[in-house]
Design a binder for this molecule. Structure first.
Ligand SMILES: Cc1cc2nc3c(=O)[nH]c(=O)nc-3n(C[C@H](O)[C@H](O)[C@H](O)COP(=O)(O)OP(=O)(O)OC[C@H]3O[C@@H](n4cnc5c(N)ncnc54)[C@H](O)[C@@H]3O)c2cc1C
Ligand code: FES
Ligand code: FES
Length: 493
């Protein structure tokens, strides 16, 4: 195992031997490297002022992946093996502005300028993503690329115009050095595992799931961190100290997406951004919810399994995945087990996971043909908001009656949970108004939601009932629900 963290910052190879497990990339860039173009706004992944570019080789095809990431909740050791660029790296060596910077100037996309470096970094990442697409992006995709960046003074129209202008502009300074970047990154991939212990704490980056199992067996109290989009806030907002962190974000076998005839398995390190297409190939009805999990920089770091493992009752992933019949893959030493995802959540803050056991992945089965599926996220804002109620519904009708139904909710109890009484009210009955009414009534047996700042108990129950009505309307003549036909033909009906 290496005794150092290594990454490229611009054209400099950084090697760190004594690094605190929870020092943030933002603090290090600003305080140690003087890169003060990267700003601190919220320090919790919400505003995008701290956005940097993290470039890696895709585990799928080895192509360069240019990801916008929130430096304020990215721990420094997580940059191991990456090429990192900040706003200071954008200008061409000739002194010319990057096409995105030039477009922001020409379209008057900046006033006070505090948010501008963050916007520009998200825009550069989006330009790179669009370059790998075989079509022009939609307006919604442009909005989505900018949804993680907040601006208080300019207004978004000039910034969107700058994005559109930059998409039509010529190459940037990175296009000519992509082969060099790929070569640098391949060299760094050689020997991924690292273990560092110093005055500031202990950092482990396991090179495989086997190594992770061994580390957790030896040090069960170590904290696993995948994307740090939850754990980051424990440090920046709650001031928690984590003396030993095991970073799994770059562990190769945990980064796999495996597609078989039975379904899809996502390794524990697969981010929401990478999982999106694989999940939506199975259930197109997941796309709208996934696009509303944080914003792009959060989804570029945050993992599907981290969303499950944190056990939150208001995570958006579990209701979707429970409705899809997902199974959780757990591992402790050499012992592996597979459980229905819903049974992982025992009570508020209590999950079915033993000390030293970890989540190795999640399996989502191929749906039966004819399965109707929908995900509904209800929150005060469209983008970047926590759900008041989250629902995932799946239903199949055979011979005129409901013969399979999974109704899963978040925000309705101390855990993500299936609505057992409402499901029972539907099973074996025609999917008609009478059955719907019974299921709506039964939701009151299933849930006694809480009132909090996001919603009252009454509102939550009413919304849950109304989402069921919406699902009924959409499956009996409406438009949005997805109907599964086959892996290549799944469609939004
Ligand atoms: C600005 C912002 C917006 C957000 N918006 C949303 C949203 O809209 N919807 C939503 O659901 N969430 C949201 N989140 C929360 C977060 O992004 C998700 O929960 C994310 O999926 C967590 O994944 P992670 O890899 O970052 O987890 P981490 O922070 O790395 O870990 C989370 C927890 O899981 C544990 N853990 C991680 N991996 C494993 C493993 N393999 N085995 C055992 N334990 C493990 C960690 O120890 C920790 O307890 C948001 C977060 C931020 C900062
Ligand atoms: S400082 Fe606001 S997202 Fe990082
Ligand atoms: S230009 Fe002032 S916050 Fe955006």
């Amino acid at each position: 195992m290496r005794d150092a963290i290594r990454f490229w910052l611009g054209d400099e190879l950084i090697t760190l031997r004594d690094v605190g497990p929870t020092v943030t990339a933002l603090d290090w860039l600003r305080e140690t490297r003087g890169r003060k173009g990267t700003k601190e706004g919220c320090n919790e992944g919400d505003c995008g002022a701290c956005t940097i570019l993290v470039v890696r080789l895709s585990p799928e095809d080895g192509a360069l992946q240019w990801n916008a990431v929130n430096a304020c909740i990215q721990f420094l050791p997580m940059l191991d093996g990456a090429q990192v660029y900040t706003v200071e790296d954008l200008r061409d060596p000739s002194g010319a502005l990057h096409p995105v910077q030039a477009a922001m100037v020409e379209q008057h996309g900046s006033q006070c300028g505090f948010c501008t470096p963050g916007f520009v970094m998200s825009m550069v990442a989006f330009r790179k993503r669009v370059a790998s697409m075989d079509r022009s992006p939609t307006d919604a995709e442009i909005d989505d690329a900018l949804a993680g960046n907040l601006c208080r003074c300019t207004g978004y129209a000039p910034i969107v115009r700058a994005m559109q202008q930059a998409l039509d502009a010529g190459p940037d300074r990175f296009d000519t050095i992509e082969a060099d970047i790929a070569q640098r990154l391949s060299a760094l991939m050689d020997g991924l595992g690292a273990s560092l212990e110093g005055a500031k704490g202990r950092v482990t980056t396991p090179a495989s799931s086997d190594e992770l199992a061994a580390v957790m067996a030896a040090t069960p109290h170590a904290r696993i961190v995948a994307g740090a989009t939850d754990v980051g806030l424990w440090v920046t907002k709650l001031g928690r100290a984590l003396p030993h962190v095991v970073f799994i974000g770059q562990t190769p076998d945990l980064n796999r997406i495996e597609r078989t005839e039975a379904g899809v398995t996502l390794g524990a390190a697969v981010t929401w951004s990478r999982a999106e297409d694989a999940l939506c190939a199975l259930q197109p009805g997941m796309r709208e919810t996934i696009r509303r999990i944080g914003a792009r920089p959060v989804r570029n770091s945050g993992t599907v399994c981290g969303n499950i493992a944190n056990g939150s009752p208001i995570g958006d992933g579990p209701p979707l995945l429970i409705a899809a019949g997902a199974q959780l893959l757990l591992r402790r030493g050499d012992v592996r087990r597979r459980i229905p995802l819903e049974s992982f959540f025992i009570d508020y803050g209590v999950q079915d996971r033993a000390p030293s056991e970890f989540v190795e992945g999640v399996f989502i089965p191929l749906p039966e043909p004819g399965t109707r599926f929908a995900g509904y996220k209800v929150s005060k804002r469209f983008d970047q908001d926590i759900s008041a109620v989250m629902a995932g519904f799946s239903l199949r009708i055979e011979c005129g009656v409901v013969n399979d139904v999974r109704l899963a909710f978040g925000g309705m109890a101390g855990t993500p949970k299936r609505a057992a009484a409402a499901e029972a009210a539907l099973l074996g009955r025609p999917w008609d108004e009478a059955a719907l009414e019974k299921a709506r009534e039964a939701l009151a047996q299933d849930f006694t939601p809480l009132s909090d700042m996001r919603a009252s108990a009454w509102y939550r129950l009413e919304v849950a009932r109304n989402l069921l009505t919406r699902f009924h309307a959409e499956t009996t003549g409406g438009t949005r629900v997805s109907v599964y036909t086959s892996a290549t033909e799944a469609v939004d009906a």
